[in-house]
Write a protein that binds this ligand. Structure first.
Ligand code: SF4
Ligand code: SF4
Length: 388
């Protein structure tokens, strides 16, 4: 008899045959804790013990399941090429299905989603706070072709509101028409999907899909790496009918067609690949193309970049449940960025922004942590405004 956990068990069995542990050294969580149980190998042993009845699910198993960033970095060192992150997400689903509770820190996120439709305990009306002056941009069903899907974190974290504003401005400068759902936008469900809460995710997905389909849009553009992964990979039906693009891909197309141009800048920057955009979706070139389109800008890579980039430590509920470990991982990334001699560390994800900005502040780093749209908006050439 097959079960939805067969894939996870197969990964665990293959790992047990190997036992090499090559995956450990580059795992950002293992690097901070140095505990075998927190490594991909340890987690696979736990899965095997749970599914073969050697261990009963308990609080320790839950702690281990949620001490992973789902960053996929280990998969580039794993000798058996195992898909460990996917297996860990399934382990979370399994533990919830057998009645284990979420960690208390994660229960708060889920409660907020149930009560407010977002994980940040913000009233639904706050979702349009960033969009003052853009009220005429509400989607017109049947007419709007491009939906700018902002996502919970960019629209509700007060320290990040410049990012959606910058993307809206860049699109306007390129003469691109787009629409917004404003207060009607709903969480894509990324947070609960990564926590393994399948039921709530499916509820959000169905409702979201209905709302988006009702607009008749042909394209969704989002600047959030988490929303991008979720909408493009976990909304299978919708993403077959509606093209889902990360803002970096869309803006790079606009640069390629000559509709979006930038002034020159004498600046040295480095780029942090968000895991959900990089390893999960293989979008590595578009953000670099955009940075290179600012003439005079020197892009210097960190010691680890692209497929091998070190995670910022903020993903998959780790920042919420283990803030100290998460911060240590983020500080390591800041140190790596500083070593390049760049004055700015640019990234393209709200969670990476939160983690890296907090870490830079905590160690008094002078590096400017800046979101890519905000960075590009400093240099954009805007024909509409120049004509005024
Ligand atoms: S996904 Fe990242 S945090 Fe999780 S085990 Fe792999 S390398 Fe470690
Ligand atoms: S490298 Fe892969 S197969 Fe080997 S112990 Fe690590 S996860 Fe298991």
């Amino acid at each position: 008899m097959t079960s939805e956990y067969d894939g996870m068990l197969k990964v665990a069995e293959m790992c047990i045959l190997c036992r090499c542990g090559c995956c450990k050294d580059e795992c950002p969580m293992y690097s901070e804790i140095l505990e075998e149980s927190i490594s991909p190998k340890g987690r696979n042993q736990l899965v095997h013990a749970l599914l073969t009845g050697l261990l009963e699910p308990d609080e320790r198993a839950v702690r281990i399941a949620y001490s992973c960033l789902l960053c996929k970095r280990d998969e580039y060192s794993c000798t058996a090429e195992l898909r460990n992150a996917e297996a860990t997400e399934t382990l979370r689903e399994y533990l919830l299905s057998v009645g284990m509770p979420l960690l208390p820190e994660h229960q708060l996120l889920v409660k907020s989603l149930e009560n407010y439709g977002n994980p940040w305990q913000e009233p639904r009306s706050s979702r349009k706070r960033w969009a003052k002056g853009l009220k005429d941009k509400k989607v017109v069903p049947g007419k709007t072709e491009t939906l700018f899907y902002v996502g919970c974190t960019f629209s509700l974290d007060r320290t990040l509101l410049d990012s959606p504003r910058a993307l809206a401005h860049l699109l306007e400068c390129a003469g691109e028409d787009f629409g917004l759902l404003l207060e009607d936008e709903l969480c894509c469900g990324s947070t609960v999907k990564r926590l393994g809460h399948v039921q709530l995710f499916q509820k959000l997905r169905r409702e979201n899909e209905q709302r988006i389909r009702a607009t008749g849009v042909r394209r969704i553009v989002t600047a959030c790496a988490g929303c991008y992964k979720t909408l493009s990979q976990d909304y299978k039906g919708l993403s077959q009918d509606v093209k889902v693009l990360h803002s970096t891909e869309y803006l790079a197309e606009l640069v390629g067609s000559g509709r979006l141009t930038f002034k020159g800048a004498d600046i040295k920057v480095t780029y942090h690949d968000p895991c959900h955009l990089g390893r999960h979706a293989e979008v590595y070139d578009a953000p670099r193309t955009l940075l290179h389109s600012v003439s005079g800008l020197e892009l210097v890579e960190m010691k680890t970049s692209r497929e091998l980039a070190r995670c910022c430590g903020g993903g998959a509920g780790v920042k919420t449940a283990y803030p100290e470990i998460s911060q240590k991982a983020a500080v390591r990334r800041i140190r790596e960025a500083e070593k390049t001699g760049a004055s700015a560390l640019v990234t393209a994800c709200p969670f990476c922004m939160q983690s890296l900005k907090d870490a830079a502040q905590s160690v008094g780093s002078s590096i400017d942590v800046v979101e890519l749209c905000v960075f590009l908006d400093r240099y954009v050439e805007c024909p509409k405004e120049d004509q005024r």
